[in-house]
Design a protein. Structure first.
Lengths: 437, 227
């Protein structure tokens, strides 16, 4: 049976799952409403108690929206961070935490890291399988934009060669990421350090000029200012990677004797197999570690997956509590129109009709709340995505996914079934008490 | 379209067992107009609700035509009420957000699909007859008299042979009450409907064929107005 299920296309699986989730609620609705036309009364009761109904719908919408927003946002973040690492085939760094190197190199999060020597860089750069070997240099910033020293080849690789203006030709020229608030031709003076600890005037007289702008890459590098790696080394009073007689050179080859060290080297090979070979080659105890950022992320997601499962259980418990609140709320609301219910019963309305009126009232509120919750959730997720994208540069999008649709369908189905209870309880109230209420 | 009533040993008790109403026996012939009066709290409305089969803890016999109401289960009692009993209440009990035809034809919503159109048509005809033929607006904007006429149209549209009215004029001014009494009595007589009306309103009571007076939960007097 499970083999058959897994042999189905994933779209069909999702559609079938949706149908199965909705089926109980739809069946209940069909049975409750069969043969009757309660809608004029349902509409009348909804209109009469519109403010209570609006409050109830808003509460459901918020609870559903939170669930959907979290699901969509979590998936969006996962996809965004994975896509942001796409251009980083292989990273070589000093042995240590792969995660720290990943955060520093891919997501430009400051981190203290040991440096790789010029000899190691030279060995990597000279490897015939390597197309791009970019040393990285961090430590400075401008405003909220980190300054990253690297090579022209990597800047072109990262941006798919979509650079407006031109590539740097001098040590004091920079390329701006797509979201950096500087235009081509603007000059700026970098601060030493990043964030609140940055020293604004530490590099006085070391002005840089923006000569080009990368197209959006969907990575943290969209918030960065890219400069020749030589420039970063120079402003920190270090050798610039080239012998004195070639000090004006920009980019590789670097002279190992004048190479101040780099915390990470981003390696790109034209062939996929070559990346695996390079990883083996440069994974050396106590000297270098080489890893695929994608693999580290996959491991991270696996660990997070366990947390997600725990969160899913918590979300489920929360939704059960919400459902219980919905139940209580519906019962309280149904007390508001007990006179109308009593009137219907006095006029000879069958119990099932009265039941249908009360149930459809609850169903309309639940469906409206769920629909509004879907929009709220997606809106919140979109807003959060924009904030995350603006702050990190990682392109995070949170479109509607099957997980949210299934979540919503499950919630609707369960609550539609649960709302049978208040409808049944209303029928147990004495008619005359209702008429005299 | 008339239905007689025979009540024997009717006793209604409160949830704590106190006797709220005790009537040894009385009978109402089909198509008769009967007024029930008495001081507040005497059990008039309780009697009406007992006759409609709406109360629990009722013993004795309430026989409408050939049907012993108290012997019916809840579902069949409801079905009996839908087919045979129209009700009018002191404070109208309308669905405020529906218009006059919507209220007058509200029972169509739970009738079999095949009967719905005819019932709605009868509701509109009754409204027209009661001077509310063009009142296609929410009944929330209606006067008390108009609302009660909508309630009468609702009761008559169902073509029930029995009409139970609980203080139908109590919420109306004199002029509106008099017009309502005219409408109610005329319609009941024309259709042969058995009308039992609980009321303090002498104008209404005087138009009834018979008057029952209830005091302290018991039938203490019976007289015929016309006699």
């Amino acid at each position: 049976m499970s083999d058959l299920w897994y042999s189905l296309p994933s779209l069909l699986q999702d559609v079938l799952k949706l149908a199965l989730l909705l089926l109980p609620g739809l069946l209940v609705g069909a049975i409750a409403l069969r043969g009757y036309a309660p809608w004029p009364l349902t509409r009348a009761i909804l209109t009469r108690f519109r403010w209570s109904a609006v409050m109830f719908v808003a509460l459901i919408a918020i609870s559903v929206g939170m669930g959907i927003g979290l699901l969509a946002q979590e998936r969006g973040l996962r996809r965004g961070t994975a896509q942001a690492a796409d251009k980083f085939d292989l990273v070589v760094a000093a042995p240590g935490s792969e995660l720290s190197v990943l955060f520093a190199a891919v997501y430009l999060q400051p981190s203290d890291m040991a440096l790789l020597s010029g000899e190691v860089y030279d060995e990597i750069a000279r490897n015939e399988k390597v197309a791009v070997a970019a040393p990285l240099a961090f430590g400075d910033s401008y405003g909220t934009s980190p300054l990253v020293g690297t090579t022209e080849a990597f800047a072109r690789h990262l941006s798919d060669d979509k650079i407006e203006g031109r590539m740097w030709a001098e040590h004091h020229e920079a390329i701006a990421g797509a979201f950096v608030p500087l235009g081509i031709g603007d000059s700026f003076e970098p601060a030493h350090g990043i964030g609140e600890a940055a020293e604004d005037h530490a590099h006085e007289g070391e002005g840089l000029t923006v000569v080009g702008r990368m197209a959006p890459t969907g990575t943290s590098w969209d918030n960065a200012l890219l400069v020749p790696v030589e420039s970063v080394w120079e402003v920190h009073g270090l050798a610039n990677g080239h012998a004195p007689e070639r000090e004006e050179q920009i980019g590789p080859p670097f002279d190992p004797d004048y190479f101040p060290g780099t915390p990470a080297i981003v390696v790109h090979a034209e062939e996929l197999w070559a990346n695996y070979a390079l990883r083996s080659e440069f994974t050396r105890d106590s000297e270098t570690m080489a890893f695929f950022p994608g693999t580290v992320l996959a491991n991270l997601y696996r660990v997070m997956g366990d947390v997600r499962q725990a969160m899913s259980v918590m979300a489920l418990v929360t939704q059960v509590l919400v459902a219980a609140s919905v139940l209580l709320g519906l019962f309280i609301l149904s007390r508001l129109f007990r006179r109308q219910v009593a009137l219907l019963r006095a006029l000879g309305a069958p119990s099932r009709f009265v039941f249908a009126v009360v149930w459809s009232f609850g169903a309309v509120l639940l469906l409206a709340g769920a629909g509004l919750g879907l929009l709220t959730g997606l809106g919140t997720a979109a807003l959060l995505s924009q904030v995350v994208t603006a702050r990190t540069g990682i392109l995070v999008t949170a479109p509607l996914g099957w997980a949210e649709i299934h979540f919503l369908a499950g919630f609707v189905s369960v609550t539609l079934i649960l709302s049978l209870l208040p409808a049944a309880l209303v029928l147990r109230q004495p008619v005359v008490d209702g008429l005299r209420a | 379209m008339s239905m007689s009533l025979s009540v024997t040993g009717l006793e209604v008790r409160s949830p704590r067992g106190r006797v709220l109403l005790s009537l040894p026996s009385f009978e109402v012939s089909g198509g008769a107009l009967v007024g029930i009066r008495g001081p507040s709290g005497a059990g008039k409305s309780t009697l009406l609700y007992a006759l409609a089969g709406l109360l629990e803890r009722v013993s004795g016999s309430v026989r409408w035509g050939d049907t012993e109401l108290l012997a019916l289960g809840a579902g069949r009692r409801t079905a009996f009420r839908a087919a045979n009993v129209g009700m009018i209440f002191q404070d109208f009990l309308l669905f405020e957000e529906l218009d006059a035809p919507g209220n007058a034809g509200v029972t169509a919503l739970f009738r079999p699909r095949a009967e719905r159109a005819a019932l709605r048509a009868r509701a509109e005809a009754q409204l027209a007859r009661l001077g509310l033929g063009d009142a296609q607006r929410s009944v929330a904007s209606f006067s008390g008299g108009e609302r009660q006429r909508v309630a009468i149209a609702r009761a008559m549209a169902a073509q029930a042979p029995v009409l139970l009215a609980d203080e139908p004029t109590a919420s109306l001014d004199r002029a509106a009450a008099d017009r309502l009494i005219d409408d109610l009595v005329t319609l009941a007589r024309e259709t042969g409907t058995t009308l039992i009306a609980v009321s303090h309103d002498l104008h209404l009571i005087e138009r009834m064929d018979r008057v029952l007076t209830i005091s302290d939960g018991a039938l203490t007097e019976e007289r015929s107005v016309t006699a």
